[in-house]
Structures are given as C-alpha cells and as structure tokens.
Design a protein around this ligand. Structure first.
Ligand code: 5GP
Length: 215
C-alpha cells in the first residue's frame, strides 16, 4: 500500500501560455502518459484549423450557440481571446471529477482566474513560457504552414505576447519550454507531487485510523 493507492479528490490542472509556447504539446504528452487524466474539451467560435477534429480538439460552434451555453449556466468559465469566444463546458468536467479523474485544461489567464475563484482547493496552475520572443515567432510561423492562419493573425498573436506573459505571476508553477522533453517531464513531476498532497487524500484518515487500531 502506497499513498498513491488511497482514495483522493480529482484535481484540475490548468496550463496557460502565450500561443505557440508549447502547452498543447505538453498537454497531449501528459494525456498519453496518465491514464487517470482527461482533457477538458473547450467550446469555441473560432474557425477550425486544418487537422483539428470537432469534439476532440474543440467543440466548434457559432456565436448564438455559444451564448446560449453561457446563458444556461453550462460554462464553467468563458472568455474572449483574439476576437473569438472560448469556454469550458461544465458537465464533462464535473462528471470526470466526480469519477475521481483529474482534468487538464488548456485555457488562458482570464479563464484561470474564473476557475480560481470557484475551485481554488482543487486547482493546480502552470504557466508555460517560451525561451524567447524570436523562438515563439518561429514556432507560430511553422505551425501556420498548411493552416488558415495568416501573417496578420501571427502578428496579432505576437502583439498580445506582452499582455499575456505578465500573468505568469498569478500561477502556482512556471516553466520555460526550451526543450520539449524536459518541459513535459517537469509538468509531469508537478502533477505527480500535487496528486500526493495530503489534503487531496481523502482516504488518509481511515488509513491512519486503521494503523492506530493495529490493522
Ligand atoms: P487557439 O485558438 O490557439 O487554440 O487558442 C487561443 C487561446 O485560447 C489559447 O491561449 C487557449 O489556451 C485559449 N483557450 C482555449 N480554450 C479556452 C477556454 O475554454 N477558455 C479560455 N478562457 N481560454 C481558452
């Protein structure tokens, strides 16, 4: 028996970063490595990029559909990012947490602030920094090949870099993604340590009681 075998509360692991800093790659790797981790699939009004799958990368919807989800209280958080609306559908997240699963979120600082206000005990936040502005621009440009992303959109994202990056200090953890394998392993270490936090281990009281009673 090990503390990781004890019953515990699911946690909400939020990754934010300027676009292109690598959080999507890190998120995908963590999902592959962790059976008990599921992704929150956001709803968005932005255009689908080449290769993206509806229902898997995002739930693509129009503005009236998005607004009605917000009005009906079906969004855990929502925000406008680069002129498009993004939001986290509530049901899937609540269902996963109830089943003892951990949920990973790829959302911006505005959404993170909203989640912090409602679920701070179960929230773990990580901000991913690019090694430099130059490197970030290179990555955005490489990613834009074969997609609908235009030079204007890339420049728009670069111009938002300073706005977004100032929010790093609101996060529990920060890492610099110079080497993607290292960044993935650091993001995994954070998850592993957070899973072992005493306050999440709801099975601990019973276990200690058993030890005291000589079991
Ligand atoms: P992209 O269009 O590049 O997929 O995402 C643009 C930005 O929107 C990223 O910073 C991403 O983290 C953020 N984002 C994606 N989904 C959500 C969401 O559900 N809520 C919020 N607040 N931001 C999101």
């Amino acid at each position: 028996m090990d503390v990781s075998d004890l019953k515990r509360r699911g946690l909400m692991y939020v990754l934010s970063s300027p676009s292109g800093a690598g959080k999507t790659t890190i998120t995908r790797a963590l999902l592959k490595q962790n059976q008990n981790l599921v992704a929150s699939v956001s709803a968005t009004t932005r255009q689908k990029r080449a290769g993206e799958i509806d229902g898997q990368d995002y739930i693509f919807c129009d503005i009236p559909q998005f607004d009605s989800m917000v009005e009906n209280g079906n969004m855990l958080e929502h925000a406008k990012v680069f002129g498009n609306y993004y939001g986290t559908p509530r049901n899937a997240v609540e269902e996963a947490l109830k089943n003892g699963q951990d949920v990973i979120f790829d959302i911006d600082w505005q959404g993170t602030q909203q989640l912090r206000e409602m679920a701070s005990d179960d929230l773990v936040t990580l901000f991913v920094l690019p090694p430099s502005a130059k490197e970030l621009e290179n990555r955005l440009r490489t990613r834009s090949k074969g997609t609908l992303e235009t030079e204007t959109q890339i420049q728009d994202r670069m111009s938002k870099l300073n706005d977004e990056i100032t929010h790093f200090s609101e996060y529990d953890y920060v890492l610099i993604n110079r080497d993607i394998d290292k960044a993935i392993s650091q993001a995994q270490m954070i998850l592993d340590a957070e899973r072992l936090k005493r306050r999440r281990l709801i099975g601990l009281t019973d276990f200690v009681k058993g030890v005291k009673e000589g079991r």
